[in-house]
Design a protein around this ligand. Structure first.
Ligand code: HEM
Length: 517
């Protein structure tokens, strides 16, 4: 069989687009106008207007002109951008039955093989089965099962910072990934777990790159996926093949190791062990859906590791830039916890200022600023406009969390905005706008809340966080530059052990104690 040339595929795709436009089904709402937005060019639409980095800032600017529901089009595909909580709730919560689908990313799902990941799954039986399993693992009561692993991981983090404070950012990355691996596969800290984290980081970095909308033409012209790898201009196929292998390694290597231990009856307790047990209990013939189990553990890593890291790094920057707020939180911790032990979950309700710091971290620079795209499954009317079937819907969570209607001086890091004021209504809890909407709401939100709280409070209990000092003894100012991608992160800070902790024998023995929970 002879293969079509790249030019033929492009011409055929353009023809298909025109035919789809001419013969599109007319919905009863088709007379309604689309929401406003920057004027599109013929055929290519707003392709030139779409920013390639820090899109949420440009979209927030546009919203000042066009309002909180905007429409743009790229190569015939509609993109609806929501910039207010009201619009997000109206469209994604109240109409979740028809707005909880995901757009299909050809590069990620078809070519890189991430179709096992619930994050990219369309609605359907497999999606519902995955969400049920995630709910069973992560609902607020179940998330408590992870307290032991969170404590242990937090103390390992403190120990590493203590021995090597200059590489603070490395330790945060290493432990947020490592802790997830321990929870998922029961693998303790060490070279095997490190290898899992390396594999996963490779896979996730490919995913983040492919997730930059506009990077790969195949996402706009899906027919291009049939172009063979050897054809000039088909470099995306080579890239997809490499990334696909990385994604397989991420989920297969740890699973196979655990399965081998399971078969010998020595598998450690873990999410995967739990899933294997559940599958075996439900099956009549002792078979299990291995792809399903690997998929669930894979999505948990992908959903959890980078988002938590992003919040941790934002916290570090906030503390470096606001030493007086850092001291206030430490004074609160000292008064409640003292120096003879480390803070634990039971202390949470007695540490209100720490709670405000945590909320402000989530608000000040959200880790998933544009959420994860939803797909509209049928034409909807909203405030006199038509949200078209097939449109990708994005919520500008960053814009909501910086909306002056909810927060005064939104660019300031100000935990005091959450202190309850008599006679005034409480500001919007950033959690309401950070974890998504409808049937897609983040299933890991309770776990993330526990995990991050314990890590932040322990870091502040043990260390003073300050600007790093270079080899010449000069203070290095943090750039505060946020890296753009599916999740955001920013750079560097440093830590030194706090005075109180230097002299606390209890602190040292806790850190050196291997049996921590
Ligand atoms: C600060 C930390 C986190 C933030 C800000 C965050 C945020 C989000 C957001 C915005 C979404 C998309 C929701 C939507 O489509 O409307 C999402 C989805 C998801 N999150 Fe999280 N998340 C965090 C932590 C976690 C953790 C710790 C886990 C797992 C242990 C997790 C697992 C997932 C999964 C599996 C999905 C996909 C849900 C689906 O597509 O149905 N997340 N998260």
């Amino acid at each position: 069989m002879s293969l079509p040339s790249l030019g033929t595929v492009l011409v055929a795709s353009a023809l298909l687009l025109v035919l789809r436009f001419v013969f599109r089904k007319q919905s009863p709402l088709s007379r309604l106008p689309l929401p406003p937005g920057p004027s599109p060019l013929p055929v290519v639409g707003n392709i030139k207007d779409v920013p390639t980095s820090h899109e949420w800032i440009t979209y927030a600017e546009w919203a000042k002109t066009y309002g909180d529901v905007m429409h743009i089009s790229v190569l015939g595909k509609s993109l609806v951008l929501l910039s207010s909580l009201e619009a997000a709730r109206d469209l994604l919560d109240k109409k979740s039955a028809v707005t909880s689908d995901r757009p299909r990313f050809t590069m990620i799902s078809d070519l890189m093989g991430w179709d096992w990941a619930v994050q990219f799954m369309g609605m359907g039986p497999r999606f519902r089965r995955s969400r049920k399993a995630l709910h069973q693992l992560l609902h607020p009561q179940a998330a408590r099962d992870f307290y032991g692993a969170i404590r242990k991981g937090t103390r390992s983090l403190l120990r590493d910072i203590l021995h090597d404070p200059a590489h603070f950012d490395h330790h945060l990355r290493h432990h947020s990934g490592g802790m997830m691996m321990s929870i998922l596969y029961g693998e303790d800290e060490g070279p095997v777990r490190d290898q899992y984290v390396v594999k996963a980081e490779e896979a996730v970095s490919g995913l983040v790159e492919a997730g930059n909308v506009g990077k790969f033409l195949v996402d706009f012209i899906p027919l291009l996926k049939y172009v063979p790898e050897w054809m000039p201009g088909a470099g995306f196929q080579t890239q997809a093949r490499i990334w696909r292998q990385m994604a397989r390694d991420m989920i297969e290597i740890p699973y196979k190791n655990l399965q081998a231990a399971y078969d010998r009856g020595i598998a450690p307790p873990s999410v995967t062990t739990q899933l294997i047990n559940q599958e075996l209990q439900q099956s009549r013939d002792g078979s299990k859906d291995t792809e399903f189990i690997m998929g669930i553990t894979g999505v948990l890593y992908v959903g959890g590791a980078d988002t938590a890291l992003s919040a941790l790094i934002t916290f570090m920057l906030a503390m470096v830039l606001n030493p007086e707020k850092q001291k206030r939180a430490q004074a609160e911790i000292d008064a409640v916890v003292g120096h003879d032990r480390l803070p634990d979950f039971d202390d949470r309700s007695a540490l209100p200022y720490m709670e405000h710091i945590f909320s402000e971290v989530l608000r000040w620079y959200p880790g998933v600023p544009l959420g994860v795209p939803h797909r509209c499954m049928e034409d909807i009317e909203y405030k006199g406009y038509r949200i078209p079937e097939g449109a990708t819907i994005l919520v500008n969570q960053w814009a909501i969390l910086h909306d002056e209607q909810h927060y005064d001086n939104p660019f300031d890091f100000n935990p005091d905005r959450f202190v309850p004021q008599e006679g005034a209504s409480a500001p919007l809890d950033p959690r309401e706008a950070s974890f998504g909407y409808g049937r897609r709401i983040c299933p890991g939100r309770h776990f993330a809340d526990d995990l991050l709280w314990l890590m932040l409070v322990n870091i502040l209990a043990a260390f003073d966080i300050s600007k790093p000092v270079n080899a010449d003894g000069k203070v290095v100012e943090p750039s505060g530059t946020f890296i753009s991608g599916l999740v955001t992160a920013l750079n560097r800070s440093c830590a030194g052990l706090r005075r109180g902790m230097q002299t606390s024998p209890a602190f040292w023995s806790l850190l050196n104690d291997d049996v921590l929970y």
